[in-house]
Design a protein around this ligand. Structure first.
Ligand code: NAP
Ligand code: MG
Length: 462
């Protein structure tokens, strides 16, 4: 049984993706468990795991053009973004985590009880890990999951999104060519309700790491309860972008537009709520609206395309519905709403003003190129932070200011896993994850790899 994967612009079927069911999940878990018990994988020296990951990074880099083309075909993103952000980031993530393989040390611990003790901790791989990723950054997200897990010595079962499995399938070929031991890496394609759910409920899986919607995150938590799987969740966001009165307006305009329109807004960390001090509000909002109106939409393969389609007809309709709901509830549409020429699931970049906290456009994650802009009169940082924090999410926050003290103070007050001041990007060394309903745990950095280990304490009477 298979399902068709689509090119979102021009809309056409690309091929059939196998639909894995519970027997395939059993087979994958069996292979992964066997790897965890095999000398080839569980007995492999850390430096050898590092070498394998570095070889995979080299192979991915050598085939970057092909991977970028596959990503653009399957997801619709501009080819430039695929090549120089998504694939490049996947390569860097593999290399960064390869470096951790040889540095997963425990500690020696001084005990205070009676007697003489030598006590220490070990960091052991957590075991078989199911890794479920969404369609908005398919390969970059897959790399962020598999690299630390393999570096830590876990056995992986990757479940890409049904809509975008092509780069994961191609990656599986590279992994096989490079010579990872059998069962260390496994790929299951198919939909979440079947393939994904079979993995998250499976008693042979020790940990689930998931990136996706908050709604499915909740289902995964419940499924994981059966055998107390370890769970890491990277969920949705409603990132505030705050422009203080002393900010450089030109930079803030450019940055605010990039924060919401990159990847057609299909970014968990998209800056979807823009708070601008009243002295700059009109200038900044007009500037962002002008950029929105000028963005060239088209196929990801056209060299002059600045924004591709969204992933599917359903996603296009969902995003347009949100804009309509905002307007019906009294918001003003400052950009967007225009029809987009060309065949594909296009949504015009949109800017809404006059939204209020009770509107769905302000509260819910839209996952499209839709910005809610508002002004504030206050200079009180507590009240500014309170507005920005008025959401169930807590993934990211962005501040534009040249006031050093205000930047640091706001960074402390904002309830978000990542605070960026005056721009800044993703880095495999920087922990990433959410406060509140944006998730559990962190990816990237030291915490990211630690999350694939169990701590074992050993105490020896001497
Ligand atoms: P989604 O519906 O939650 O799907 C994500 C993945 O989970 C897909 O592989 C999906 O499979 C699978 N899945 C669906 N139902 C499942 C179930 N019952 N059991 C196990 N797996 C299941 O999310 P989406 O709408 O595709 O992706 C967008 C969401 O991802 C947004 O909410 C966004 O904020 C979030 N996201 C978060 C981050 C972060 O790091 N925090 C990064 C990027 C995206 P199928 O799609 O194949 O059915
Ligand atoms: Mg989905």
């Amino acid at each position: 049984r298979g399902s068709t994967t689509f090119d979102p612009a021009p809309t056409r079927g690309l091929g059939e993706i196998p639909q894995a069911g519970p027997p395939d999940a059993d087979a994958a878990v069996g292979a992964a468990r066997a790897a965890m018990e095999s000398p080839e994988w569980s007995g492999m020296k850390p430096a050898a795991r590092a070498r394998l990951l570095n070889r995979l990074a080299d192979a991915l880099e050598a085939n970057a053009d092909e991977f970028a083309a596959l990503e653009t075909l399957d997801n619709g993103m501009p080819l430039r973004d695929a090549r120089f952000f998504h694939i490049a980031h996947a390569v860097e993530t593999l290399r960064y985590n390869a470096g951790w393989a040889t540095k997963l040390n425990g500690e020696t611990i001084a005990l205070s009880g009676m007697g003489d003790w030598h006590a220490y901790t070990l960091r052991e791989p957590v075991g078989v890990v199911a890794q479920i990723v969404p369609w908005n950054a398919p390969l970059a997200m897959a790399a962020a999951k598999i690299a630390p897990a393999l570096a830590a010595g876990c056995a992986v079962i990757l479940k890409p999104a049904e809509e975008t499995s092509l780069t994961a399938l191609r990656l599986a070929h590279l992994i096989a060519e490079i010579g990872f031991p059998d069962g260390a890496f496994n790929l299951l394609t198919g939909d979440g309700e079947t393939a994904g759910a079979a993995l998250t409920a499976h008693p042979g899986v020790d940990k689930v790491t998931f990136t996706g919607s908050t709604e499915v995150g909740r289902l995964i938590l419940r499924a994981a309860a059966g055998n107390f799987k370890r769970v890491t969740l990277e969920l949705g966001g409603k990132t505030p972008v705050i422009v203080l009165p002393d900010a450089d307006p030109a930079k803030a305009i450019e940055g605010a537009a990039r924060a919401i329109f990159t990847n057609a807004g299909q970014v968990c960390n998209a800056g979807s709520r823009l708070f601008v001090h009243e002295t700059l509000h009109d200038e900044v909002v007009e500037g962002v609206a002008r950029i929105a109106e000028s963005i060239k939409l088209g196929s990801g393969f056209d060299a002059d395309t600045q924004m591709g389609p969204v992933i599917s007809a359903a996603q296009r309709d969902r995003v347009r519905d949100y804009v309509r709901q905002g307007v019906d509830a009294g918001a003003a549409l400052r950009a967007g709403g225009r029809a987009v020429e060309g065949e594909g699931y296009f949504v015009a970049p949109s800017v809404l003003t006059g939204t209020t906290e009770d509107m769905s456009v302000r509260r819910e994650e839209i996952f499209g190129p839709v910005l809610c802009a508002m002004s504030f009169a206050d200079e009180d940082l507590d009240r500014i932070a309170a507005q920005a924090n008025a959401t169930d999410y807590g993934l990211g926050a962005v501040v534009w200011t040249n006031n050093l003290s205000a930047a640091h103070r706001l960074a402390r007050k904002l309830k978000a896993g990542t605070v960026r001041v005056n721009g800044g990007g993703l880095d495999p060394a920087l922990p990433f994850g959410g406060f509140k309903q944006s998730g559990w745990g962190r990816e990237n950095g030291r915490e990211g790899i630690d999350a694939y280990t169990e701590t074992k304490a050993v105490a020896i009477a001497i």
